[in-house]
Write a protein that binds this ligand. Structure first.
Ligand SMILES: Nc1ncnc2c1ncn2[C@@H]1O[C@H](COP(=O)(O)OP(=O)(O)OP(=O)(O)O)[C@@H](O)[C@H]1O
Ligand SMILES: [Mg+2]
Length: 263
């Protein structure tokens, strides 16, 4: 069993009488080749990953190493060239488009690298959207949306549209939208890259609270070394695969602009 297939130390605190930790997400031999350009680009190459319920995993890697590609596959937003992705025991390849959408709405929250808010809707409407899609009553959805926007420090910006918000504020709306459904697993692509240290710290605290209160799993692409080290595991994406990072003395892996290929 390779190191990155092992449960984290926290997930391994088990006695023979305790239940096995619940596998939240698994991918096996995941390959992704982009064939649109002049030459094929193999971004993921038989990549394996297991994330248990309540685990917090940081993914680091050079620009272009395939971090966003991986998150898109884990969330069923894109399909692999080969290999499997299982979320909460469901093989994504066996679900049709509608079922994949339902699975996402029920289990996953996303914070995209580029926030993808809906420009014609207010901050509050954007955050309420996944609750309304899940069938929640409008009044209750608004109350929850407002509470989550308050937690990310945006109680005073509920009625602003994305174009009327700063980059960091937009990012916080996107974070609130990902967390409002209290998903079992949240995938975040550089969630605090645009934020000042204080605001980033608040968001990290919020994630830690949800992790403790609801056993939410987090898979976070980040260049924030201190934050990555505070999570259960740090994995580096390099040459299409994930490898564990020994967090002591591994400063180089957190830089965003190192080349992704050795040759
Ligand atoms: N739709 C696509 N078609 C062709 N190539 C693509 C496509 N999307 C991404 N790529 C290529 O795949 C590689 C990985 O891209 P990806 O966006 O996953 O990298 P990343 O690690 O998230 O980088 P960054 O840190 O800059 O966000 C890049 O070389 C990119 O050019
Ligand atoms: Mg990216």
């Amino acid at each position: 069993m390779s190191e990155n297939l092992r449960p984290s130390p926290t997930a391994q605190i088990v006695s023979p009488f305790m239940q096995e930790p619940e596998l939240m997400l698994e991918c096996v031999d995941l390959c992704k080749v982009y064939s649109e350009g002049p030459a094929d680009v193999q971004v993921l190459d038989h990549l394996n990953l297991r994330v248990y319920a309540g685990e917090r995993v940081a993914i680091v890697g050079a620009s272009g190493s395939g971090k966003t590609t991986l998150l898109n596959l884990l969330g069923g937003l894109d399909l692999p060239t080969s290999g499997t992705v299982m979320i909460a025991g469901m093989n994504l390849a066996n679900l049709n488009e509608t079922q994949r959408g339902q699975m996402r709405n029920r289990n996953l929250g996303f914070v995209y690298q580029f926030h993808h808010l809906l420009g014609e809707f207010t901050a509050l409407e954007n955050v309420c959207m996944p609750l309304l899609i899940a069938g929640m009553d409008v009044v209750l959805a608004s109350r929850k949306g407002e509470a989550m926007l308050t937690r990310v420090g945006l109680a005073h910006r509920l009625e602003h549209k994305p174009s009327e918000l700063s980059g960091g504020e937009r990012q916080r709306v996107a974070i609130a939208r990902a967390l409002v459904t209290e998903p079992r697993c949240v995938l975040l692509d550089e969630p605090t890259g645009n934020l000042d240290r204080h605001t980033a710290h608040e968001i990290h605290q919020l994630m830690a609270e949800l992790n403790t209160q609801l056993d939410t799993s987090f898979i976070v692409v980040t260049h924030d070394e201190e934050f990555a080290r505070s999570l259960d595991r740090v994995l580096q994406l390099r040459n299409g695969r994930l490898a564990p990072v020994e967090t002591e003395g591994a400063h180089g892996v957190f830089a965003s602009d190192e080349p992704s290929h050795e040759d």
